[in-house]
Design a protein around this ligand. Structure first.
Ligand code: SF4
Length: 480
C-alpha cells in the first residue's frame, strides 16, 4: 500500500519551518555482541562478566534466547550511572533468569482490541500512539517488549502481525472523524459511547529518539486535528538527558507560540534515585550544605529546562520491579527528590502480565506495602502517586491491603485487597467501582485472585472483551 503524504497547513509550517535537527551522540551499545566479541569500548566491556556472557550466548537460538525476547541496548550515560548501581544494572543488563518462565501475554491487556487504526490505541478520551519501536536504552522489564522486539501478535480476528506504527495522516483523519461524530451525536460517539478524543499520548518505544522535525510534525498535526493536550512518554531524561537541549526547547517554545491553546504533558520515567542523584565513591548520595541531595548535573539541566516552561507539566510514572526499585527507602527518596524540582509523582505500577513477567514483577500486595511504606513521612503533595495495575477494562488502583480478618465476611479471614477502577474504556460506566478479594500474598496478576473474589461491582473478574470497532471513516488520505 502506498501512502499519500500528509500535507501540513500554513499554521503547521510556522512550527515546522524553524526546526533544527542536531545529531546526538548517545554512544549506544546495541546488542550483546559488543560485550562478547570485545568491540565495546574498553571501559564498558566488564559490564558483563565472562560467565554472564557465556550463559547468555548458550541460550542463543533456543526458546530461551534472551535477545529474541527483548533486545539489549544501553547508552554511555546510563552505563556510567549503572556502574555504581545494582538497581540500574538490573534495569538494563540481560540475565538468563528472564526466560526461565515464558508465561505471559504477547499483547498485554489485549490492547489491540482498542486499535481502530494501526498504531493508535483508543480506549478512553485519550488515545495512545506507537510512534517508534525503540528507545535509546532498553529496560529488561519493558511492557512493550512485543513492539520493541518486533514480535508478531495475534489480534481479535485471529490474524497475526507485528504491531505497526502510527502514521500522521491516518491518525489525524481518525481523530477528526471521531470528534465530528461525537459532536453530531451530542457528546458521545453513537456506536462506542466514547467522548471526544481530547488528549493524545505519543509513546512507543521512546518518541524522544525521533528527530525534532518528526516530533514537531506530530505535535502540529495533532494540534490541527483539534486535540486539547499532547502527552509524550519518555525515559530519555534517564538514558540521555542531553536530548533536552536548546534545539529541542526552541522547537517546543515555537510550538507553544503557534498553538498556545494546546496543553503539553511530559510523562517522564524515573525508576530509582540512582538515575538522578550524584553519588560519592562509597555509593552514598552527595548532599549540599543545606542537606539536600545533589542531582546529576546533566539530568538536572534537562529537568530544569522543561519544568521552567510553566505550560509543560512534568509527571513521573514507574513500575515497581523486583531488584530495581522494590525498596521503600529508594522510592521515598525518589518521590521527595522529584517533587522538590517540580515533577509530579503520578503513578507507580504493578508490573504487567508481559511474556516472562514472573522474572520482574513483585507480588501485588508487596508492591502496595512497598509504596505505602515509602510514603510514610512524605507530605501530602509528595505522596500523590497511587499504585495502579492495568486491567483490560482500564487503569485500576490497588487501593488498600488489610492484614486483618473482616468479621462476618467468609473468605476474608486473612485480610483483603481492595481494587478501585480508576478509568474504564468507552464512556467509563464502571469508573470508581470497587472489587474486594481475599488476600494472596503471592499474587502477581488478577488471575491469582480468581478463586477468592468477595465483591466485584467493578466487574474485574467478570467481563467480556469488546469487539473492535472498525474505523468509521473513509481513509481518503490513503491510496491502495
Ligand atoms: S523506556 Fe519504556 S518503552 Fe523503552 S524499553 Fe524502557 S519501559 Fe520499554
Amino acid at each position: 500500500m502506498s501512502r499519500t503524504k500528509y500535507q501540513p497547513t500554513k499554521r503547521e509550517r510556522l512550527v515546522l519551518d524553524m526546526v533544527e535537527n542536531p545529531r546526538y551522540d548517545r554512544q549506544i551499545i546495541n546488542g550483546l555482541d559488543p560485550f562478547i566479541n570485545g568491540t565495546a569500548p574498553d571501559d564498558m566491556r566488564g559490564f558483563y562478566t565472562p560467565q554472564e556472557t557465556t550463559q547468555l550466548v548458550n541460550l542463543r537460538g533456543t526458546e530461551r534466547d534472551i535477545e529474541a525476547r527483548m533486545p539489549v541496548k544501553i547508552t554511555r550515560h546510563f552505563f556510567e550511572l549503572a556502574k555504581s548501581s545494582t538497581a540500574l544494572q538490573k534495569l538494563v543488563k540481560a540475565s538468563p533468569d528472564e526466560t526461565l518462565n515464558l508465561e505471559g501475554a504477547e499483547d498485554p491487556g489485549n490492547q489491540m482490541d482498542y486499535s481502530p487504526v494501526e498504531g493508535l490505541i483508543h480506549k478512553y478520551e485519550m488515545g495512545l500512539l506507537y510512534v517508534i519501536s525503540t528507545c535509546s536504552s532498553h529496560c529488561r522489564f519493558c511492557y512493550r517488549e512485543e513492539l520493541i522486539a518486533r514480535k508478531e501478535v495475534e489480534r481479535y480476528d485471529g490474524t497475526v502481525e507485528k504491531k505497526g506504527l502510527a502514521q500522521v495522516a491516518e491518525v489525524c483523519e481518525y481523530i477528526r472523524a471521531h470528534n465530528l461524530a461525537v459532536e453530531a451525536n451530542g457528546g458521545r460517539h453513537p456506536e462506542t459511547g466514547r467522548e471526544k478524543l481530547r488528549e493524545i499520548l505519543l509513546s512507543g518505544g521512546d518518541p524522544m529518539v525521533l528527530p525534532n522535525n518528526k516530533l514537531a510534525a506530530w505535535f502540529a498535526a495533532l494540534a490541527e486535528s483539534g486535540v486539547e493536550a499532547i502527552r509524550l512518554g519518555t525515559k530519555e531524561m534517564a538514558f540521555y538527558p542531553d536530548r533536552f537541549d536548546d534545539a529541542f526547547l526552541a522547537m517546543m517554545d515555537r510550538f507553544h507560540e503557534v498553538y498556545p491553546e494546546v496543553g503539553f504533558r511530559l510523562m517522564v520515567h524515573f525508576n530509582h534515585p540512582d538515575e538522578i542523584l550524584s553519588k560519592d565513591l562509597s555509593g552514598g548520595y552527595i548532599s549540599d550544605e543545606a542537606g539536600f541531595y545533589q542531582w546529576n548535573p546533566r539530568a538536572r539541566r534537562a529537568v530544569d529546562a522543561v519544568v521552567s516552561r510553566g505550560w509543560i507539566s512534568v509527571e513521573n510514572q514507574s513500575p515497581i520491579i523486583r531488584g530495581v526499585n522494590d525498596d521503600s527507602d529508594a522510592l521515598r527518596i525518589l518521590q521527595r527528590t522529584l517533587k522538590r524540582v517540580g515533577i509530579e509523582n503520578h503513578y507507580f505500577f504493578c508490573g504487567r502480565d508481559i511474556v516472562a513477567y514472573r522474572a520482574f514483577n513483585v507480588p501485588i500486595e508487596t508492591a502496595w506495602h512497598t509504596l505505602n511504606d515509602s510514603q510514610r513521612g512524605l507530605s501530602g503533595v509528595e505522596a500523590h502517586a497511587r499504585l495502579s495495575i492495568t486491567h483490560y477494562k482500564g487503569k485500576t488502583e490497588v487501593a488498600a491491603v488489610s492484614d486483618q480478618p473482616v468479621a462476618g465476611l467468609p473468605g476474608a479471614e486473612n485480610g483483603v485487597v481492595v481494587f478501585k477502577l480508576l478509568r474504564s474504556a468507552a464512556d467509563a460506566p464502571d469508573r470508581g467501582k470497587m472489587c474486594i478479594v481475599g488476600r494472596n500474598p503471592e499474587a502477581l496478576w488478577f488471575d491469582d485472585y480468581e478463586d477468592r473474589v468477595l465483591f466485584d461491582e467493578a466487574g474485574l473478574f467478570d467481563y467480556r472483551r469488546v469487539k473492535p470497532v472498525a474505523a468509521d471513516f473513509e481513509l481518503t488520505a490513503l491510496s491502495a
